[in-house]
Design a binder for this molecule. Structure first.
Ligand code: NCD
Length: 363
């Protein structure tokens, strides 16, 4: 098994600093990196629709002089014939040097990483996490603000299903003086496990449904779309889809140097008129994402030694039990053949156990 990145905490703060340094250098001197991955292949395994993330990985590898294989639709893969993630990972390990994988089921990239003999990068698993979007977000914040400390960051929209929000909060928890403002309707509030992590890191947060009131305190505003594909109830989606729209009028309430981030795709959350506002950073974020993915690919491909377990699993105290079953219908344990359910003891004080794959609380 090789070093993989399943969630953002698989990278230490020092490693994030190094990745940012490399990404900034790539942006300045792209020619220096143009052949660094010559002869190497990335397999982009996208079991869920995506344009920007997949193309970002592919552009990243091509700009490093490597090449790309893969698929952009599960229908075009053997999974449609019933192949397991474990088998897919073993097979792809014979063809490529590194995998970037997106999957609608939460925890799928963990199964891939435990079975592949090449590094696996999680390119988004269900509503769980999305570490490389966080790399894009972090580089953007770094370039705009020059620091990660003492910032008030607002997250607005679908905080329940927005995996990019979960990963960015996990990353920010490790810096000092961070304050978080959670702006969402009741139905789309941040999952408890993400809030609990903030509490454990002593990161103060407030919750509101009022974007206008929150705006003046923010250094960074992270807008998100309502994640239509994660809703079981279409009517609920229709009722919530336009819950927040950032307009020029509202931007007048914000600080003159507040940065507006959005992982994209934008549906209706930010008026196009704001694209010309100096504070709009979402298209810069796309470019930053490519540089950070280049830096990450370089890092993982140059890691020499095999590992006995992926960092994501190493960090957990695991409880394996045949009696305990994860109840999340979107968890990979629901479909993967003979995958034992496994739980991590996340909070000894409160005896809280969460599924190792999807982080759903065991009840
Ligand atoms: C995000 C995702 O896939 O979670 N997009 C992305 O990676 N560029 C956000 C989203 O789809 O809303």
């Amino acid at each position: 098994m090789r070093r993989s990145v399943i969630d953002i905490l698989d990278l230490s703060v020092t490693e994030l600093d190094e990745l940012i340094k490399t990404a900034v250098d790539i942006a300045r001197h792209p020619k220096k990196y143009a052949k660094k991955c010559a002869g190497k292949k990335i397999a982009t395994l996208f079991f869920e629709p995506s344009t920007r993330t997949r193309l970002s990985f592919e552009a990243a590898m091509l700009e490093l002089g490597g090449s790309v294989i893969g698929f952009s639709d599960a229908k075009n893969s053997s999974v449609s014939k019933g192949e397991s993630i474990a088998d897919t990972a073993k097979v792809i390990s014979c063809y490529a040097d590194i995998i970037a994988m997106r999957h609608p089921l939460e925890g799928a990239p963990i199964v891939a990483a435990r079975n592949a003999s090449i590094p696996v990068i999680n390119a988004g698993d269900g509503g769980h996490c999305h570490p490389t979007q966080t790399l894009a977000d972090l580089l953007t914040i770094w370039r705009e603000k020059g620091t990660f400390n003492n910032l008030t960051v607002g997250f607005c929209g679908d905080l329940k299903y927005g995996r990019t929000v979960h990963s960015l909060i996990a990353a920010l928890n490790r810096y000092t003086g961070i304050k978080i403002v959670l702006i969402s309707p009741e139905e789309l509030k941040l999952p408890y496990y993400v809030k609990r992590d903030m509490q454990l890191h002593n990161v103060p947060y407030t919750e509101t449904d009022d974007l206008e009131k929150a705006l003046s305190s923010l250094d960074v505003l992270y807008m998100t779309r309502v994640q239509q594909e994660r809703f079981d109830d279409v009517e609920e989606y229709n009722r919530l889809k336009d819950c927040y729209i950032l307009t020029e009028e509202k931007m007048k309430l914000a600080k003159r140097d507040m940065s507006v981030l959005h992982p994209l795709p934008r549906v209706n959350e930010i008026s196009v008129a704001i694209d010309n506002d100096e504070r709009a950073c979402y298209f810069k974020q796309v470019l930053n994402g490519k540089y950070m993915r280049m830096a990450l690919i370089l890092k993982l491909l140059s890691a020499k030694n095999p590992v006995d377990e992926i960092d994501y699993v190493k960090r957990c105290e695991l409880i394996d039990s045949t009696d305990m079953v994860c109840t999340n219908p979107k968890c990979i344990t629901k479909v993967e053949q003979e995958l034992p359910h496994s739980f991590k003891l996340v909070d000894k004080q409160e005896n809280v156990k969460r599924c190792m794959y999807c982080e759903k609380k065991y009840k």
